[in-house]
Write a protein that binds this ligand. Structure first.
Ligand code: A3P
Length: 354
């Protein structure tokens, strides 16, 4: 606070015309997937509407009590958010039931896909396909999502701990974030992430993905999916894993041994949990309970007409589900893609070949 603003160090670059065309034809002309650009030396794919916020986020004033939960999308963020929030709030299950994640966390980059100007267009499209769409409620939600979150975050009283969710890579966040705040980053086998992203692109009607899984994979591996390149995103956090203010988790570890992950998170926040507390938390975080938990399952989006039938945000919750989606050709492409991207790093995913 009171620190001099840093100049924003990155430049934006337009996509190649053929890349732009591929994205536009893949997403049914949805405004969410038009107007992408590449940002910075890693070329992160972000929506043009992010440009006006990039510098503000980069210079966002932080507090020592801030807690970030970060990830590439569909890596187990919601699961980690609930785990982190409950531990940091002394297992306050009552409050967790009362307030949804949208109320407990600020989603830092929600405006990457929404801005005030595109709001009416979003609502019109949803109304066309959804007879029960509630214009007033939708408008409320979209206004919230389009509000620069940094303003909302700055307005939080100093006595209140701020919980911030982000899918932004470390290099787009304040460079000294870990000198002040804590971050829990969760990563997941990229092939499971891609399958989960594919389903999310079908679940959120407005994204309106037109192709099959192969088409989605081809976009993703060419870094033409939002916030890719995926490996750069993960590597940036991985490089900070030994920082005392960073806790780096893998979805696969949460899946395999949730009690051990709970204890790591508790230790990170300086909390002690007894066996009974760990058992209760495991139960609360189980996939079945999560799926039915209104505070975390995003089912309110269905009532608003945002979610497609047969798809949900808490979907399968398994590791290794990718095998049912990748044919031989895709499997080989993925192996090469992973190998190429892991060559210059000691980052290794647990149970990568499961
Ligand atoms: P799948 O689509 O593979 O099922 P995010 O919260 O980052 O969007 O990640 C979503 C993924 O985490 C989805 O993966 C979702 O099912 C999974 N997930 C959410 N809650 C879970 C839980 N309690 N246990 C296991 N997986 C969970």
């Amino acid at each position: 606070m009171g620190e001099k603003e840093l100049p924003f160090p990155y430049k934006f670059e337009e996509l190649k015309p053929e890349e732009d065309e591929l994205i536009k034809t893949s997403f049914g002309g949805s405004a969410l997937h038009a107007n992408f650009i590449r940002l910075g030396p890693k070329g992160y794919l972000v929506h043009k509407s992010y440009m006006k916020n990039a510098e503000i986020v980069y210079n966002m004033p932080l507090r020592p009590t801030d807690v970030f939960v970060a990830s590439y999308q569909r890596s187990g963020t919601t699961w980690t958010q609930e785990l982190v929030w409950l531990i940091a709030n002394d297992l306050n299950y009552e409050k967790a039931a009362e307030l949804s994640h949208l109320q407990r966390y600020h989603f830092l980059d929600s405006f990457i896909s929404f801005d005030e100007n595109s709001k009416e267009g979003h609502i019109d499209t949803i109304e066309k396909t959804e007879e029960n769409a509630n214009r007033e409620k939708l408008s409320e939600l979209l206004t919230y999502l389009a509000t620069p979150v940094t303003q909302l975050i700055a307005a939080v009283p100093l006595t209140t701990k701020r919980f911030i969710k982000t899918h932004l890579p470390m290099s787009l966040l304040p460079p000294k974030l870990l000198d002040t705040a804590k971050m829990v980053y969760v990563a997941r086998n990229p092939r499971d992430v891609i399958v989960s992203c594919y389903h999310a692109a079908r679940a959120i009607k407005k994204i309106d993905f037109q192709g099959d899984f192969k088409a989605f994979w081809n976009l993703f591996r060419k870094d033409l999916s939002s916030r890719t390149p995926y490996f750069e995103h993960v590597k940036e956090a991985w490089e900070k894993r030994d920082d005392p203010n960073m806790l780096f988790l893998f979805y696969e570890d949460l899946s395999k041994d949730l009690p051990a992950s709970i204890l790591r998170v508790a230790d990170f926040f300086g909390k002690q949990l007894n066996e009974e507390q760990v058992t209760r938390l495991c139960d609360h975080l189980s996939f079945e309970n999560f799926k039915n938990n209104k505070s975390v399952n995003y089912e309110h989006l269905r009532e608003l007409g945002v979610l497609a039938k047969g798809e949900s945000m808490i979907r399968k919750g398994k590791t290794g589900g990718w095998r049912a989606y990748f044919d031989d050709e895709m499997t080989q492409q993925a192996e090469r893609w992973i190998e190429d991207n892991l060559r210059d790093t000691d980052l290794r995913f647990p149970q990568m070949n499961q």
